[in-house]
Design a protein around this ligand. Structure first.
Ligand SMILES: [Zn+2]
Length: 404
């Protein structure tokens, strides 16, 4: 049995923080004035005001945004899609570098943009809530006794209800594939000892040579049939993953988890193997992003594919299935049976559930049907696959799990 595979996109984090002052933003929210005024000052000391930054010059020149100052606050007209802005900077720098003599401006704007995005993801969920920071710290606490105490005293009802509710129905075999950089899901998983295997297997994925097994050298290939447990896979990285910037260093490909206090100042951290600076490990919002760029992402993507391939149920929440994310689309498409495999009607995909406002859009639904092979499921899955659609997360939870 392959269990359930949950796929989480930005919509899930946005929905679960929508009552906060600053919900985790969707792609079109990042440059809204209130976000810039709140989070720009966090990006680093000594950074120019937003209106004097390289990024604001790019936005106003290439994205027709007007930026005005009014009593020390930026007033920004429009909020271009952050993926489009990042991809523009990336392509400009890597392909069209000779077109502009303002090369430093492009590089600087890209650096500012990444720091700004990370600041929002880190601080937006709950800037002032001490409980939030307590759980975050607890997640990194290796002393189990202390962790138990913190879990006992914490009232999880307050935070991240959607993520908590979904965590409550996870069986050991279920896998979570997240495209989000934020820490919502791990803070909820970290509260329940039942879920500690997700963190154990993550440590192994980060560094397979530190195996929990007594005979680590016997496991030189992926043997998922022996491991019925699920994984917690963050395919686009995370604001608390870091790796070495020196591509000749082992730590470049073997990332590690840092605590939330270090996430605020990654520029102060040094690699313990070669002494080079470290950086936060995220797959930037770029059309040509590739899991191949890092051993860790490639392994995570392969584990995701294996789990999708044997899943009984796939549930995608707040994920938009973007056309340009080719590797993610490939991942969904290979959830079907191998072309030459005889169908085993007992064990494979039975249901795909999509939870997203776009489910009212026929094009979106058709795209998903095509990706998962739902319309000709008998041929590619061995039997019919049910497709369930929910336009919002609340009605999904109410119908499938029970009231929030
Ligand atoms: Zn290093």
């Amino acid at each position: 049995m392959g269990g359930k595979v949950f796929i989480f996109g930005a919509g899930a984090s946005h929905e679960d923080t929508k009552n906060e002052k600053f919900p985790l933003p969707l792609a079109n929210d990042f440059f809204r004035s209130e976000y810039v005024n709140q989070f720009w000052p966090y990006i680093a000391s000594g950074v120019p005001r937003f209106c004097d930054s390289s990024l604001s010059k790019i936005l106003s020149h290439y994205f027709d945004v007007t930026i005005q100052m009014e009593s020390d606050k930026s007033i920004i007209s429009g909020s271009p899609n952050v993926e489009e802005v990042y991809s523009f900077l990336e392509s400009f720098e890597s392909v069209y570098r000779s077109v502009s003599y303002q090369r430093n401006l492009i590089s600087e704007a890209k650096r500012e943009l990444i720091a700004y995005i990370l600041g929002i993801i880190l601080y937006a969920p709950n800037t002032d809530d001490p409980d939030f920071w307590r759980i975050m710290a607890a997640r990194e606490n290796k002393e189990e006794k202390k962790l138990k105490k913190i879990r006992k005293g914490y009232k999880p009802s307050k935070l991240f209800k959607i993520h908590s509710k979904i965590a409550s129905i996870l069986d050991e075999e279920d896998t979570i594939i997240s495209f989000n950089w934020d820490l919502l899901f791990e803070s909820v998983l970290g509260l329940d000892e039942r879920h500690s295997h997700y963190f154990e297997s993550r440590n192994n994925i980060m560094n397979p040579f530190y195996s929990a097994s007594k005979k680590p050298l016997e496991y030189v290939y992926l043997k998922l049939s022996d491991d019925s447990r699920g994984f917690f896979l963050k395919l686009h990285g995370s604001i608390n993953f870091a790796h070495c910037t020196n591509d000749r260093c082992l730590r470049n490909q073997f990332p590690f988890v840092i605590d939330t206090f270090d996430v605020e100042v990654p520029e102060l951290l040094q690699c313990n193997i070669c002494g080079s600076p470290v950086e936060i490990l995220i797959v930037p919002p770029h059309v040509n992003k590739s899991y191949k760029a890092n051993r860790f992402f490639q392994l995570e993507a392969n584990l995701a594919a294996k789990k999708l391939n044997v899943a009984n149920e796939i549930i995608a929440i707040g994920y938009s299935f973007p056309d340009f994310d080719f590797e993610a689309n490939t991942l969904m498409r290979i959830s079907r049976l191998d072309p030459m495999l005889e169908a085993d009607t007992e064990n494979f995909l039975e249901m795909v559930t999509i939870v997203n406002p776009q489910t009212s859009d026929e094009l979106y639904v058709n795209k998903i049907k095509a990706l998962f092979g739902i319309s000709h499921a008998k041929k590619v899955h061995g039997h019919n696959v049910e497709l369930k659609l929910y336009g919002d997360i609340d009605s999904y939870i109410e119908n499938e799990i029970g009231r929030l």
